[in-house]
Ligand binder design. Structure first.
Ligand code: BMA
Length: 367
């Protein structure tokens, strides 16, 4: 409770300084603007903790009401929930999450004050293969490309999905941090480095934002630009589509965080996104990380929080998210009985980490 009150006060103080900073979508909904202002206000005061597919499944269970591995080991749900919409339009996502149920979970946790981010491992539109089929395809879906209409239909399906994410008498739309075409500094996705040019990537990004916002009337999105590892600002910005199209400056990294000898790289990346975000009036984030099967018992307090807290600038990211608890050989958050649980509880109790029950009303504009 004390942690909650302190955070509420800090949000209020921080918010008043930043309330003028709006998302790129001038017609963003009130709640989307409030979420953005609060994410800015939190910079330097705490970091939201997130987990992919948290409510959909965990180790030893699937789609059971109220369950969450994070909650079962720490007492609270995460503050941020990641969801993946690959195969949107079919019944189940690539990770076997039923889309109807996903909508239900998103509404449920929104009512508790949770925050959302959505990624999209989109199938390769040129070949019909999956997102790891890195046959060049971006040029085919940008305006003028042979598959452009097909891509618009994918965005139409996404817009329908977003329009279903509404609650209350007035159909309030749930704000979502949308993180398309992620990890593009890597070569493994069809939109990644080597598989399209920077110009093509930027054209794709700008078309996506413009189409959803101006044609589909979607005003509940914050757009997150999210690279994989990078070692210079030039590399980070190589595919950057422009300040008018990005709200959140982020990166994914499963490497430097798992090799303590590379901590300087992690600090550099955290600092870089924080500095870029500050100079552009945007939010910085560590959009994806984790250690598969958590082989190190103090990973959360040492590798992750230790890395975040190691530098006064680097710690100013707004959130960090670990990946999904998919299988007994592919999980990133502890589950009951896992040897890293005591350390995860320590991480959860650290005054700097924010779980769902530490959140103030993040959808209310700070004064
Ligand atoms: C990857 C793995 C896959 C999953 C994909 C999309 O990192 O977790 O099993 O299908 O993300 O969520």
């Amino acid at each position: 409770m004390k942690k909650l009150l302190t955070l509420a006060l800090l949000f209020t103080l921080g918010g008043s300084m930043f309330a003028q900073n709006l998302p790129t979508d001038k017609n963003a909904t009130k709640k989307t603007k409030a979420l953005y202002a609060n994410l800015k206000a939190i910079s330097g005061k705490g970091v939201l903790f997130g987990h992919q597919d948290d409510l959909a499944y965990g180790i030893g269970w699937k789609a059971e009401k109220g369950r969450s591995d994070v909650k079962e080991v720490s007492g609270s749900y995460p503050a941020l929930y990641g969801w993946e919409i690959s195969r949107l339009g079919q019944e189940y996502s690539i990770d076997s999450v039923n889309f109807e149920k996903m909508i239900g979970w998103i509404k449920e946790a929104y009512r508790r004050g949770g925050v959302y981010t959505i990624s999209w491992h989109m199938d390769n539109p040129a070949t019909g293969g999956n997102s790891w089929d890195n046959t060049p395809a971006v040029s085919t879906i940008i305006p003028g490309g042979a598959k452009h209409e097909f891509y618009k239909q994918r965005l139409d399906a996404f817009a329908d999905f977003l329009n279903d994410l509404k609650v209350g008498l007035f159909g309030t739309k749930i704000p979502i941090i949308f993180r398309p075409f992620h990890e593009h500094t890597g070569t493994w996705f069809w939109w990644g480095k080597g598989n399209c040019t920077a110009d093509e990537y930027q054209a794709l990004w700008r078309f996506t934002v413009t189409y959803l916002r101006d044609e589909k009337n979607i005003h509940q999105l914050l757009y997150s630009y999210s690279t994989d590892q990078f070692d210079s600002e030039t590399q980070y910005l190589e595919f950057y589509p422009g300040d008018e199209y990005v709200d959140i400056i982020a990166f994914d990294d499963y490497h430097s965080v798992n090799n303590l000898a590379e901590r300087d790289k992690l600090i550099y990346r955290l600092k870089t996104v924080v500095e870029l975000a500050a100079s552009k009036g945007k939010v910085a984030a560590f959009s994806e990380t984790g250690a598969e099967t958590i082989p190190v018992n103090d990973w959360f307090s040492n590798n992750l929080l230790g890395g975040i807290m190691a530098d006064e600038l680097g710690k100013r990211i707004a959130y960090v998210m670990v990946w999904r608890n998919g299988r007994t050989d592919h999980y990133y958050a502890p589950y009951p009985g896992h040897p890293s649980v005591p350390d995860f509880v320590k991480f959860r109790n650290d005054p700097y980490t924010i779980f769902e029950d530490d959140l103030p009303n993040i959808y209310k504009m700070p004064r």
